[in-house]
Structures are given as structure tokens and as C-alpha cells.
Design a protein around this ligand. Structure first.
Ligand SMILES: [Zn+2]
Length: 354
């Protein structure tokens, strides 16, 4: 097979097709809702990516804006024969025209039967948040700490912020009234298990119980230690949901399944990031991203033989979910819930008069 271009430097190759055929094709459900994907028109970039920023965080190097029509084309390649839809949103970075990025994600989603989240500017008034939620196709918001302010040098200037600094109470009041969906990427180097995060998430649940609260990337718990610290304390609140996007570690998926069951876990890719080719390895509380491209961060390459066997990160993530489901004894109903049923139920629950 001739390699099929995906996006940025990534291509779909025979290795990927074989991985799909052997590991995924018979297991993955017919219907897939990818509830965490970033779509963006590159023309909406206000401040071009700098080399300094690229060196600062690996995501800045692997993520190029993904247009909705390219995403559609990629869906057909990476999920052959599947019925795929998305909960889509822009790139949460004030270096882009945020209002135009929201309109792009909304319009493109609406015409494809997907749903959109609006990137939330913490500076918006309650009325401005309400106006965003009034727009057809928008089911909620995507807050992010980098939206507190622009910094060309680093995306992590505000990583130690409190959740309410970028998801303010006046916005949460509107979101609660509308029973809106909130995909929350938690701050702090210590990830979900940081006591401030756990306390603030419980406060959101207590004060704004009708918000559909979706913790992104299992709270950024990519290692076993982080998963135990972050996920176990939230076991008992059945109203907290998690998207499993960008998590390649089967141990984390298994801990999440054993802690929450399949009813609180929602599939997501975090594409375009997860079109990356390679594999991730974990050491204690850190991880290393392996890939076969000459990125700044990719200084410690594996052998050519090993690199030749790399598949897409999103396939590694799917194989990890599959392995964890088998280990945790999750049946077909549970698998279908993770990949579409849970997201559909939550999408259907959004809106004021229920
Ligand atoms: Zn993301």
C-alpha cells in the first residue's frame, strides 16, 4: 500500500493497516464518538509558532492545525468502515483568533452532525458565555489555563493556576443553568491528584451539579502513580466523567475502568496530536515520547528496526484501551458505552428544560 497522507508529517502505512487488522478491527465498535478533537483553520493564527515555543513543549511540535475536512478524510483512513462523529473544539491558545476559531469549529461541526465546544475566555461576562451557548451546535465549553493570557514563550505560564481562574464562577453559573458540557484540562504539574484540583472539582460538583463535567485525559494521569493519586479519590461521585484521550498507558486505563466502570469513561483521541507515530514509555512519574521524526524533543532515538515497527499513537491508545477492557472484564455493552453510548447520552442531556 502506498502511504496515505494524514496531516502534518504523518502518514498511514502498511504497519498501521496491519495493526488495525490484527489488533483493532474485530474489537472496535461500529459507532465511534471521538469526544476530544481539535479542529482549526490555520488562517486563524494571529501569532506564528516560534522555534522557542516549539522547543518548550513537545505538543507544539507535533500539532499543526487540523481542518475539519482533513479530519473527515483521516477518519475514513484510520477508522475504516466505522461511523465516526466528534465533539470538536479549537486550539485553546490566545495565539489564535479565538472567536473565529469557535465559529469555525461550530459551523464545521454543525454541517457534519458533530457537536462543538466553545473555547472559553475567562474574561467573558456571563452574558457572553450565554450567547456562545445559544449558538446552534454548541453544547458547552473548553476552558484552559493558557486562555488566561497570551505568552509567546511558553504555554505553561499559568499551569499552576487554580481552576476558577480560567473557569470562573460566573461562567459556571450559566453553564449549570444550561446543563452544558465542560471538558476540563486540569492545571498543576502534579496533575489531577493535586489537592487543589481535587478540592475545586468537588466544589464544582457541589455548587454546579448540572454541569456535564468531563475531566480531559483522565486528569492528565499518564503514569500509574498519577492515576492512583488522581482517580481513586473521585471514585464515589458518579457525576464526574472522564475522557480517555491521549492516554497510551494500559495500566492507567485499567485503573480507571476498575475505579469508575465503563459508564463514566468517554472515548477521545486528542487529535491532531495522536496522529503522531511512535510509542510512549513510562518511568515512575514521567514518560518519554518516542517517534521517528527529527523533532527537537526527539534526541534519544530508538534503533531503526524498532522505529520501523511504530504505529500511530492513537492506535497505541486504542490497543491500550482494548487490553485494559479485557483485563477488567468489560463486556461488549461496556465497550460500546465508552466509544459512543456514554457521549451520546451526555450530549442528549445538554440543554435547559429537562
Ligand atoms: Zn486536547
Amino acid at each position: 500500500m502506498k502511504p496515505i497522507p494524514l496531516t502534518h508529517v504523518w502518514q498511514y502505512t502498511d504497519v498501521d493497516r496491519a495493526f488495525w487488522d490484527e489488533r483493532l478491527a474485530d474489537w472496535l465498535p461500529e459507532r465511534i464518538i471521538d469526544a476530544h478533537v481539535h479542529v482549526l483553520n490555520p488562517a486563524l493564527c494571529l501569532e506564528p509558532m516560534t522555534d522557542e515555543k516549539r522547543r518548550q513543549h513537545w505538543v507544539a511540535e507535533v500539532a499543526e492545525p487540523l481542518e475539519a475536512e482533513v479530519l473527515c478524510r483521516c477518519d475514513r483512513v484510520v477508522f475504516p468502515g466505522r461511523d465516526v462523529s466528534h465533539v470538536a473544539f479549537g486550539w485553546p491558545d490566545p495565539a489564535f483568533d479565538v472567536e473565529a476559531a469557535n465559529e469555525y469549529a461550530r459551523r464545521e461541526s454543525l454541517q457534519r452532525g458533530w457537536h462543538a465546544l466553545a473555547l472559553l475566555r475567562p474574561q467573558w461576562s456571563a452574558e457572553r458565555v450565554a450567547a456562545e451557548l445559544d449558538k446552534p451546535g454548541v453544547i458547552g465549553v473548553k476552558p484552559y489555563y493558557a486562555m488566561i493570557g497570551s505568552d509567546l514563550k511558553t504555554r505553561d505560564r499559568y499551569i499552576e493556576a487554580g481552576i476558577f481562574e480560567f473557569l470562573p464562577h460566573h461562567a459556571l453559573e450559566v453553564l449549570n443553568d444550561r446543563r452544558a458540557w465542560v471538558t476540563l484540562h486540569v492545571p498543576k504539574a502534579d496533575r489531577l491528584g493535586h489537592p487543589d484540583n481535587l478540592r475545586e472539582i468537588r466544589e464544582i460538583r457541589r455548587r454546579y451539579p448540572d454541569v456535564v463535567l468531563m475531566i480531559a485525559h483522565f486528569g492528565r494521569c499518564y503514569t500509574e502513580s498519577h492515576a492512583r493519586e488522581g482517580l481513586l479519590p473521585l471514585a464515589d461521585d458518579a457525576g464526574i466523567y472522564f475522557d480517555n484521550s491521549a492516554v497510551l498507558n494500559p495500566v492507567v486505563h485499567r485503573i480507571a475502568l476498575e475505579t469508575f466502570g465503563p459508564g463514566r469513561i468517554i472515548y477521545g483521541t486528542d487529535n491532531p496530536v495522536l496522529y503522531m507515530r511512535g510509542r510512549r514509555q513510562w518511568h515512575d512519574r514521567t514518560y518519554v515520547n518516542r517517534t521517528n521524526v527529527d523533532f527537537h524533543f526527539n534526541t534519544d532515538r530508538e534503533s531503526p528496526e524498532i522505529e520501523a515497527g511504530y504505529t500511530l499513537y492513537m492506535y497505541e491508545a486504542l490497543a491500550a484501551i482494548c487490553q485494559a477492557c479485557e483485563q477488567a472484564g468489560i463486556g461488549r455493552d461496556g465497550v460500546e458505552a465508552i466509544f459512543a453510548g456514554n457521549a451520546q447520552r451526555l450530549i442528549d442531556s445538554v440543554g435547559p428544560d429537562r
